[in-house]
Write a protein that binds this ligand. Structure first.
Ligand code: C2E
Ligand code: CA
Ligand code: CA
Length: 543
């Protein structure tokens, strides 16, 4: 960037052999003023004082009233420097100095942003905020040695919102302060920790030799932030996802930060509690997602969604109780896209609410053509619970189709109960009052499934297929205890993902009430259902 800032860097590297930064400014024959982002003069060197008198503490806007050069006013030029973080130079006449022409050279400076702390510092944690971070980052990029890198670690706390909701904001605030302390302790002198807001933090790592060095810090951050906290007697466990990005030649601060964000996005997608390092392919991934998003927006109107139905059977009688509706996207170019490849995207951009409404309506309509005792189970995303329209949608779908409410089952995952539990429980109760059944899906995959069973009397628990397929004694023990717990609470228990006769025998032994899986029936279209039921009846009779 500019000579002055690189002096700053050298001074830090070897304080004894160089004159201090301030010393240089004192001796500089041309005026130099430092202005905070609020427009107040923080520093002026003696050459300035000679020309303008005392200016420290004054507002630049009143110091240079109506100061114009062409279309550029001083305040406008200053804010453009702050926003773009680029140098702005122009020539201007200055009325207070007899209209003499001066060359004005506005440069963003690390020093200035440090001295303007009050507006650039986060109140809660005392860390740098976004603008200060960008200043530090631009500066670090411009002064770094050609052989070394600057690394950015973008951080997002996993489950922070839940802590805030369950334990209150005061505890949430204390937690953020502790996180800030741990991050600072993970860093070396010269590194910068910033809080961008909420539970988003960024660590700027200076003087990085290679990718391995950046990843060492990233994994230290994941480890440190993930350790248990004790706050006001509460034991709190959160995690951190980290996106790492290393500087490349000529990269700008904003782009480096964006790369860190992309990597963070990937870390979260990969299952949180881990770091991911930016790779150029991530751009393409994002592009791919954008294209997919555009296609997804049109998919409903173009009738590209279909429902397939997978039967669930009563374990003791082998009779089909009903079918779970599973969404399929028949993409004109990419073929069949499985739900796990597009539902997360639809949840991110909110499309899931519209898609989910379609699923509920279509499932109720199609179920009406099945035998009268068949239930249809519909998966509902946590996002649909947050949209306020779920109850209305369900009621309208039942009314329009004429399907009796007891033939509809709603499957929810723990995700729905993570935030705003009270409101979700209210909606669940209202659905229950309509006569709809409620199942807890993927049971055992979350971290506090058991506690949710006390919050709402589910009709059914669906044990995740990982416990059914698992061969460890652990998964057997878990399967057994969920089944016995469900029994004692009077809930039906479905074992999911049953693929083999041995697995079926095992879940029979644990006295699950229902079975669902490839062994007893793969997902099929609604037209295939009559045939399937006929076949199944024949087989049952043979037993
Ligand atoms: P899920 O609710 O746990 O649905 C069961 C998934 O397991 C289905 O995958 C099903 O095809 C698969 N499966 C069933 N039996 C077996 C088996 O024996 N072995 C194995 N390996 N897999 C089996 P699918 O259709 O790909 O759906 C995946 C997930 O997508 C569903 O998991 C559900 O979470 C979500 N999903 C599907 N349809 C919808 C929908 O309409 N709305 C929402 N929000 N989510 C949906
Ligand atoms: Ca399900
Ligand atoms: Ca499931």
């Amino acid at each position: 960037m500019n000579a002055v800032t690189s002096f700053l860097h050298k001074t830090e590297a070897d304080p004894s052999s160089m004159p201090s930064y301030e010393k240089i400014l004192e001796l500089l024959p041309r005026p130099v003023i430092f202005v905070g982002s609020d427009g107040i003069v923080l520093y002026a060197n003696p050459s300035t004082e000679v020309l303008l008198g005392t200016v420290i503490g004054r507002d630049v806007h009143e110091l240079f009233p109506g100061f114009m050069s062409g279309l550029i006013s001083m305040p406008g030029a200053l804010s453009s420097v702050l926003v773009s973080w680029n140098e702005v130079a122009f020539e201007a006449a200055f009325a207070a100095l007899g209209n003499g022409r001066f060359l004005i050279d506005l440069r963003p400076s690390l020093q200035a942003s440090i001295t303007s702390m009050p507006s650039d510092m986060d109140d809660l944690t005392g860390l740098a905020k976004r603008n200060a971070l960008l200043s530090h980052l631009s500066c670090a990029l411009s002064v770094k040695a050609p052989s070394s890198f600057v690394a950015i670690h973008c951080l997002d706390l996993d489950r922070f919102k839940m802590v805030n909701d369950m334990l209150g904001h005061a505890v949430g605030d204390l937690l953020l302060q502790k996180v800030a302390n741990r991050l600072t302790s993970a860093c070396r002198k010269g590194d910068i920790v910033a809080r961008l807001g909420g539970d988003e933090f960024v660590v700027l790592q200076n003087d990085v030799n290679d990718e391995a060095a950046a990843e060492t810090l990233a994994s230290r951050i994941v480890d440190l932030v993930g350790r248990t906290y004790v706050i006001n007697g509460h034991t709190i466990n959160i995690g951190a996802s980290v996106g790492v990005a290393l500087s490349s030649a000529g990269i700008q601060a904003r782009d480096l930060l964006r790369n860190g964000d992309l990597a963070l996005y990937e870390a979260k997608r990969a299952g949180r509690g881990r770091y991911r390092t930016f790779e150029s392919g991530m751009d393409a991934l994002l592009l791919n997602r954008r294209e997919m998003e555009i296609d997804l927006r049109r998919a409903l109107a173009l009738k590209q969604f279909k429902l397939h139905y997978q039967p669930f059977l009563d374990v003791t009688t082998n009779k089909v109780d009903g079918f779970e509706a599973l969404l399929r996207w028949e993409h004109p170019k990419k073929g069949n896209i499985p739900p796990l490849s597009f539902i997360p995207l639809a949840e991110e951009n909110g499309l899931i609410v519209k898609i989910g409404e379609w699923v509920i309506r279509a499932a109720c309509m199609e179920a009406l053509s099945w035998p009268e005792d068949m239930v249809v189970a519909v998966n509902v995303s946590p996002l649909q619970f947050k949209s306020d329209t779920l109850l209305e949608t369900v009621a309208a779908a039942l009314e329009r189709s004429g399907l009796p409410a007891h033939r509809l089952e709603i499957e929810i995952t723990e995700g729905a109960l993570l935030d705003d539990t009270e409101k979700v429980v209210q909606t669940l109760n209202a659905l229950r009052n309509l006569g709809v059944k409620i199942s807890m899906d993927d049971f055992g995959t979350g971290y506090s499934s058991l506690s949710y069973l006390q919050k709402f009397p589910f009709n059914k628990i669906k044990i995740d297929r990982s416990f059914v397929a698992g061969h460890s004694t652990d998964s057997e023990a878990i399967l057994r205890s969920i089944a016995s717990l469900g029994r004692s609470l009077g809930m039906a228990i479905t074992a999911e993902g049953v693929e083999t006769a041995e697995q079926l025998a095992r879940i029979r032994g644990e006295r699950c009430t229902h079975v669902q899986g490839y062994l007893t029936g793969r997902p099929m279209s609604t037209h295939q259902i009559p045939d399937f039921l006929r076949q199944n009846d024949l087989q049952t009779e043979k037993l």
